[in-house]
Design a binder for this molecule. Structure first.
Ligand SMILES: [Zn+2]
Length: 313
């Protein structure tokens, strides 16, 4: 049985007020299937029958201190950096810049704005590729690092508060969309930021067949087999898109020419990824070697989408 065949009425949605969404966050459809919650985290998944979006049903009840502009970076940044797969981000950045440069060819003096620019390394690369660069961050610490490490001056604060409109040829977001609570606000602000004819690029997690199998296993086990779903649909990944859901979402915001490309891009080393699923260290190392070989040589789930869309002239 696949996840999509589980009858919705078996798992009644929470009562209003418990925070579950009533309409698809991408296409607006009410054709939602509310899956059984994980026993470990209490989180449940909503599937949209119309566009294929999968989302954490109770996201609206969640508050994270990373979203507090006054908050500190509290996650294990060193562990995160050390667990990163060498060169994966850099080659993804080059690919995205190649396509942006092609799509924007002929426009004079290209400029690019990166939303949630982190330490500024991507903007440093974009500048080497000939773009004038800007970006924003919610954390003063990141703004300082970007300035000292790469000489990149970021703006401190939310996009909405920066007062920018029709200003950039390219707007980019690396794994920002699935973090923010208000996706519609982010896309409204990004659309405003672009010049007419400009291009939005974003990378975001993609719903795969493997995720569907994991969700089916969670349902079949009465919510007990949860590791993969818990890891994939979480606070920092609360929406997993399909090409169809992305076209619906961006179309609703006025974008045209939406191109969504599935990618097998694993930004963590496999052993770190398996350890993050709760696998013991020894097993994670052995499994990680096998998975690294598969990523290099064979078909593996394409877990992210590269998305390009144009603001009409
Ligand atoms: Zn939908």
């Amino acid at each position: 049985m696949t996840a999509s065949t589980i009858p919705a009425q078996s798992f009644p949605a929470p009562e209003p007020g418990q925070g579950a969404a009533r309409a698809c966050a991408a296409c607006g459809s009410a054709q939602l299937v509310h899956h059984r919650a994980s026993r470990r985290t209490g989180r449940s998944v909503l599937s949209c029958r119309a566009c294929g979006l999968r989302a954490w049903a109770e996201r609206a009840t969640f508050r994270h201190d990373l979203e507090d502009p006054a908050g500190a970076l509290t996650f294990d940044y060193d562990g995160y950096v050390n667990g990163k797969r060498e060169g994966t981000a850099q080659s993804a950045w080059q690919e995205a810049l190649d396509i942006l440069a092609g799509e924007l060819a002929g426009r004079p003096g290209l400029n690019l704005f990166d939303v949630g620019a982190g330490d500024g390394e991507f903007l440093d690369l974009a500048r080497q590729r000939g773009f004038s660069v800007s970006g924003n961050e919610l954390h003063a610490g990141a703004v300082d690092i970007a300035r000292s490490r790469y000489g990149v001056d970021l703006m401190l604060g939310e996009l909405r508060d920066l007062g920018l409109a029709d200003a950039y040829d390219a707007v980019t977001m690396w794994c920002v969309l699935a973090h923010v609570e208000d996706v519609d606000e982010l896309l409204t602000d990004s659309f405003r930021l672009l010049k007419p004819g400009g291009i939005l690029y974003l990378q975001t997690p993609r719903w795969t067949r493997a995720d569907g199998l994991a969700l089916g296993a969670m349902a079949a086990s009465g919510g007990r087999v949860t590791r993969i779903v818990d890891r994939r649909v979480a606070e920092h990944h609360w929406q997993l898109h399909t090409a169809r859901s992305m076209r619906a979402l961006l179309g609703r915001h006025g974008f045209s020419d939406v191109l969504a490309i599935p990618k097998a891009r694993y930004s963590l080393k496999s052993a770190s990824y398996l350890a993050s699923l709760g696998m013991p260290d020894g097993l994670a190392r052995a499994g990680g070697r096998a998975m690294d070989a598969a990523i290099k040589h064979g078909p593996v789930p394409r877990i992210v989408l590269d998305v390009f869309a144009r603001k009409p002239e």
